[in-house]
Design a protein around this ligand. Structure first.
Ligand code: NDP
Length: 465
């Protein structure tokens, strides 16, 4: 009899994990005790000595072998991810996420990292080297549990660190299965998963033997971690929440941009940090953009993730579904116009909320100014581009943003005025493992991906003579 990954990771006791689309029982997730976490960190500290001494080409090969292992288990991983997180297999969802894990592993393995000569003249010679930091503590959310774990694991390992990773208590099975597969190609104890709730995450951020925290999650938790990690002066990468603005310019072609606008907002059923969360559209083409977006939204099937035709799924948990419902209901009560959606089936077994477009909404409405993190997009009318830019920049967060126009030069000028870690032109949320990604303002600090991402999990060391 073949043993599934789920058989290998589930535990006899521990919290029940239910399918958010059906409410069906999947498995019980193991729990790490405080003492077990200490043991895990001690193992990772010991393993780090030989991993750091392993030549870089061997670490690169190990990461490629880990990517091969993910490819070999891709469909099983995607199915488990779909059942636990809720995202459909198809569309930019579960199979896409597993594919992204492979891409990010291979890119982190492949980018050359060389010492940099800073100075070489009659006054002297100075070089900048990148050394391992030690043990990285990784803490992640429930929306892209596998992909975000790889964003934390792959660069850390490449740079000679070992990793102790705490998954979200909502999606532990996905991360445990991924770690199981990765570990089939990695030396013992360079990567250890410690499933548990936020208290375990806090313990990790306080631990004296953790050199760096890579955190992806909410702004509130990020602030708490910065405080607890201060006592041991940990290095930190903070990828926090956003509320991304998109600005359509008056020369854009509504029909041509509608599908990309839709996926910019509704990727992973809107549960994406750098998704389009508020769209500013000029009065002159407002109705055409609303109409084109509504036509796209109307043809996107939502349902159980394992059913091949679906491209939108449930919210991952009841709390998130209720946040979306509360904000959309309040927008409706304020007089905003619902173009599509906003009418959930209260008898559905899962945490479904329909893809919702809300027009003629006040720019200060909470559906616009709060991160709803789900399948709802407010469309705000503007007549003055400077005003739209001011609204876009008016929040305390600034992860991504986008400008939509038929004139790239004009769009680029507007992009330069937006306060965000990334501004896309005629697309939104299109990340690439070679291009650094990070937040402005309270969306966090530190970069992931690319050469810059590798340097962020290393200790810069100057050698000078
Ligand atoms: P949370 O901040 O609630 O949780 C993130 C992780 O932190 C979980 O593993 C959680 O554990 C853990 N945690 C909770 N409290 C503490 C603590 N005191 N110390 C250490 N760890 C702790 O975020 P969500 O999981 O709800 O994810 C949604 C949020 O994440 C959204 O705001 C979204 O914008 C943001 N996000 C940002 C991304 C980015 O790249 N910038 C990407 C994806 C999401 P547990 O839940 O198990 O208790």
């Amino acid at each position: 009899m073949t043993t599934t990954l789920l058989d290998q990771i589930q535990s006899a006791d521990g919290p029940e994990i239910l399918d958010p689309a059906t409410g069906e029982f999947i498995a019980r997730a193991p729990q790490t005790s405080a003492a077990d976490l200490d043991d895990a960190v001690a193992c990772a500290v010991r393993a780090q000595v030989s991993w750091a001494a392993t030549p870089d080409p061997e670490r690169q090969s190990a990461l490629h072998a880990a990517a091969d292992a993910v490819e070999a288990h891709a469909e099983e991983l995607a199915q488990l991810l779909s059942r636990e997180q809720g995202k459909p297999l198809n569309g930019p969802n579960a199979r896409f996420e597993v594919g992204a894990c492979v891409a990010w592993l291979r890119t982190a393995a492949s980018i050359p990292v060389e010492p940099e000569v800073l100075l070489d003249d009659e006054s002297g010679h100075a070089e900048l080297h990148y050394r391992p930091l030690g043990v990285v503590g990784a803490i992640g959310p429930w929306n892209w549990p596998m992909m975000i774990s790889v964003w934390q694991i792959a660069p850390s390992l490449r740079m000679g660190n070992t990793v102790v990773i705490k998954p979200s208590e909502y999606t532990p099975l996905s991360v445990l299965a991924l770690v199981k597969v990765l570990n089939s190609a990695l030396p013992a104890d360079v990567l250890i998963a410690v499933p548990g709730d936020g208290s375990l995450g806090k313990q990790l951020t306080e631990h004296a033997d953790i050199a760096k925290i890579m955190f992806t999650g909410s702004v509130t938790t990020g602030k708490a971690i910065i405080k607890t990690a201060a006592d041991t002066m940990k290095r930190m990468t903070m990828e926090l929440g956003g509320n991304d603005a998109g600005i359509v310019l008056d020369d854009a072609d509504p029909a041509a941009i509608a599908e990309d606008l839709f996926w910019g907002a509704f990727i992973n059923t809107g549960q994406t940090c750098a998704a389009l969360k508020r769209l500013y559209v000029p009065d002159s083409i407002y109705e055409e953009v609303c109409q084109a977006l509504t036509e796209v939204a109307a043809k996107m099937p939502m349902g159980i993730g394992l059913e091949e035709q679906n491209v939108l799924g449930p919210l991952q948990n009841a709390k998130q579904r209720d946040i979306v419902a509360r904000l959309v209901d309040a927008a409706k009560d304020s007089g905003a116009r619902v173009l599509i959606g906003a009418d959930p089936d209260d008898d559905a077994a899962g945490f479904f909320y329909p893809a919702t477009l809300v027009a003629d909404i006040d720019p200060q409405n909470p559906l616009v100014t709060e991160e709803q993190f789900g399948p709802a997009l407010p469309i705000i009318r503007y007549t003055d581009l400077d005003q739209a830019i001011e609204w876009a920049n008016g929040l305390e967060v600034g992860l991504g943003s986008s400008v939509w126009s038929s004139d790239v030069a004009r769009a680029t000028e507007v992009a330069a005025r937006l306060q965000a870690g990334t501004t896309w032109i005629n697309k939104h949320g299109a990340i690439d493992p070679r291009v650094p990604f990070g937040g402005a303002k309270q969306s966090g600090f530190g970069l992931e991906f690319g050469l810059q991402g590798l340097k962020e999990v290393a200790q810069p060391h100057v050698i000078q003579r």
